[in-house]
Design a protein around this ligand. Structure first.
Ligand code: AHM
Ligand code: MG
Length: 338
């Protein structure tokens, strides 16, 4: 039997790698872990209870239909994070404005958390994997006052931790604090997350491409060329690649992280900024992938170097195995693929 390490033990043992005060990270992550356990128990009975499936009849700030589970998860994560001394405020896909805590930690908390409470909302009702994505930053405004929007509008390269909780065939937390990526699987019988995927590294090259190809006619000519390249027969470069697209970025990302591959949500002629949100979807995934040895770009630049100007801004994203993202960039820049 392998050595069993719980997530709690792992965080305490490795908090020396975290460049800030010890104990802060472990408290923050334990809030997320607790919320993950509650979510796990709720999601597993989603088909049985009325308050979790279906729409609420409202839209979020981005005009997307809000599902009951979106709002349930939003409130749960806010509550769990508010209960810790470390967090002064949160930003969420489901909240138009930043939520600044009005308690003691609202002025003295050193961290802000940005979350997508439920990624893959459209998959909730059909029993397909969904998840929660989070990014954690140190606030830049002085301690002792309420936080402000600028604490949230930091580029991804300032993240101190990021990760996701995936509710799949099992529930996992995958996170980084800037020193590699580790994955923990939940044992519901005992209520504990165990280290199951230590030091995850994405293969340099993969065989999977993930994109909503129904939008093909909206793609740029260079992206169409790359998609064509993915389908060509060339055993030397493992092509044709396999097309895999779940429609939950978290699930597509997780599979590609473990097996090697590229996930793409491009800018299109009908959505010139792409669909996915920079701050709480793309940046955390970019941090994770780079820590696992992969790459993330918007076609022009590294995702984590984009300087945000709006809370809910969108970006194109190409994320995955380094060689595959480089090939995509070469098509974009019309260079020969090496
Ligand atoms: P959501 O946060 O509202 O669920 O939207 C994000 C999701 C991603 O998980 C997924 O990859 C993408 O939207 C799917 O979009 P599309 O249906 O346009 O392919
Ligand atoms: Mg969402």
């Amino acid at each position: 039997m392998k050595d069993i390490i719980t997530m709690g033990e792992f965080v305490i043992k490795n908090q020396g790698d975290f460049p800030y005060a010890k104990g802060e990270l472990s408290s923050l992550l334990s809030a997320l872990r607790l919320a993950a356990k509650v979510m796990n128990s709720q999601i597993n009975k989603a088909g049985l209870v009325d308050h979790l499936l279906g729409s609420v009849g409202t839209q979020n700030i981005q005009g997307e239909e809000q599902k009951k589970l979106d709002l349930y998860a939003n409130e749960l994560f806010i509550k769990a994070l508010k209960a810790r001394d470390q967090v002064c405020g949160i930003a969420s896909e489901e909240e138009e404005k930043v939520v600044l805590f009005e308690n003691e930690s609202g002025v003295n908390g050193k961290y802000v958390v940005l979350i997508d409470p439920i990624d893959g909302s459209s998959n909730i009702e059909v029993n397909v994997s969904i998840g929660t994505i989070f990014a954690i930053y140190r606030r830049i405004t002085p301690i002792g006052k309420p936080a402000s929007l600028e604490d949230f509008l930091q580029p991804g390269n300032k993240q101190v931790a990021a990760g996701y909780i995936i509710f799949g065939s099992s529930t996992m937390i995958v996170f980084t604090t800037g020193n590699g990526v580790n994955g923990f699987t939940y044992d519901p019988a005992i209520g504990v997350f165990y280290l199951s995927h230590p030091n995850i590294k994405i293969p340099e090259k993969g065989k999977i491409y993930s994109i909503n190809e129904g939008n093909y006619e909206y793609f740029s000519p260079s992206l169409k060329d790359y998609i064509h390249y993915c389908k060509q027969i060339d055993p030397a470069t493992n092509r044709p690649y396999a097309g895999r697209y779940i429609g939950s970025m978290i699930a597509d990302f997780h599979r590609n992280l473990l097996k090697g591959g590229i996930y793409m949500y491009p800018a299109t002629s009908d959505a010139p900024k792409g669909k996915l949100r920079l701050l709480y979807e793309c940046n955390p995934m970019a941090f994770l992938i780079e820590q696992a040895g992969g790459k993330a770009c918007d076609g022009e630049q590294r995702i984590m170097d984009i300087v945000p100007t709006e809370l809910h801004e969108r970006t194109a994203i190409f994320v995955g195995s380094s060689k595959m993202v480089e090939d995509l960039e070469a098509f974009h820049n019309k260079k020969e693929v090496g």
